[in-house]
Design a protein around this ligand. Sequence first.
Ligand code: SF4
Length: 472
Amino acid sequence: MSITQAPKALADQTKVPRSTATKSTSTTNACRMCMPLGACLAYVGFDATVPFLHGSQGCATYIRRYLISHFAEPMDIASSSVGEAATVFGGEANLRTGVTNVARVYKPQMIGMASTCLTETIGEDVPGMIARITHPETGLAAETGQRVPNLVFASTPSYAGTHADGYHAAVAAVVKAHAQHGAETDSVNIFPGIVSTADLRHLHEILDGYQLPHALLPDYSVRLDGATMARYEKLPAGGTSHAEVAASGRALASITLGGLVTTGVELAGDILSTDFGVEHLRMPLPIGIRLTDTFTDRLAELSGQKMPAWLDAERGRLVDAYIDGHKYAADRTAIVYGDEDLVLGVVSFLSEIGIRTVLAATGGHSGRLAAELAAVNPGRNIEVLDDSDFEQIEAAASELRPDLLIGHSKGYATSRRLDIPLVRVGLPIHDRVGAQRLHHLGYRGTQELFDRIINTLIQVRQDESAVGYSYM
Ligand code: SF4
């Protein structure tokens, strides 16, 4: 095909969509996960910490199943195992027993606690219970002689927030409980949001490139992507140290990547700004050239250093790749769905390479995604579907017939039914290996994403061609 011809939509327009979406007052396969799941993920990113759910065992099992299938690592989540009796009479005894057992078996430095739908609905006063457990005269230590780990609690009623809200609520709870005042350091707090373990490692690499002392809060890059161990470790090494959490109150500045949360959910960076006077900047996830430039410009300002040569070279290769691949991307269309932060970054990146986002869908309900998309992509009218489920997304996809779906594995069924290729990003990815190794951030992450998207478009063209292309 000559590149002057108008490109034909790649998805076969003659196929009859198999979606039978109907209007419904209920949620069908929500485009988000549950709030304590995000809290557990965040807690795993702190050193010697065990996530603990005050609720039923089923919640812990569901969350473990999701996170293990994505990260392909063992993950222990304790539970107070609230059953029928505790639901009626209160779950404090269960919580106390659970903390005793976790302290004895794991010997953690911190237990990161989160509530569930059940314990929020029956109105459990977890902070009050923690105060009684840690009471110096009548608490657990006095009763058993056992050391009680630091107990941190985030309220995470899943009917009121998403996994992203739960993640940020847990990070905020840890920082609020353990950040300390003192003389300012030259270190920067990075709140990376829900990204892959490869992304976390790459963030370290970029910050080291600017010779900027820093802490990632949290950092699950080792605990959820470690080497094979000869013996099972109950409490694998890795994660943000407690000294780093304490020092976050004395940092030079904080940067939150993403941070689109439901109203009422606090960001750790805001807490440090208000309570400790640490300057806080919230910016979109660095995906695409413009948003990564925004991030690296800020790092240059904070460090007084120029962009390291290797990073500048990665940027240059990415610009070159955009030029090489533009003819495959131009005027293609996509539906992007998932966490608000990731959707904002991916849509902004797509606009750089000529792919038009016909719908940006999310299960989040911050109510700010449309405004942030407009701010980053002025002049583009991008339709946004907040607080959505896959019934709605599939109905929209049936009508819009985009060339691509870009999102996590929960969209696979839609992709299959509508015969629209799916490029997997974000979390959860549980129908492919290597989710933890996918880069999304920085010039490197953008490069990987670009190659995967362009190759998917080429693959469709090959599949739809009568003769096939063997040389593009
Ligand atoms: S009951 Fe609530 S907290 Fe438990 S798994 Fe379901 S959504 Fe999550």
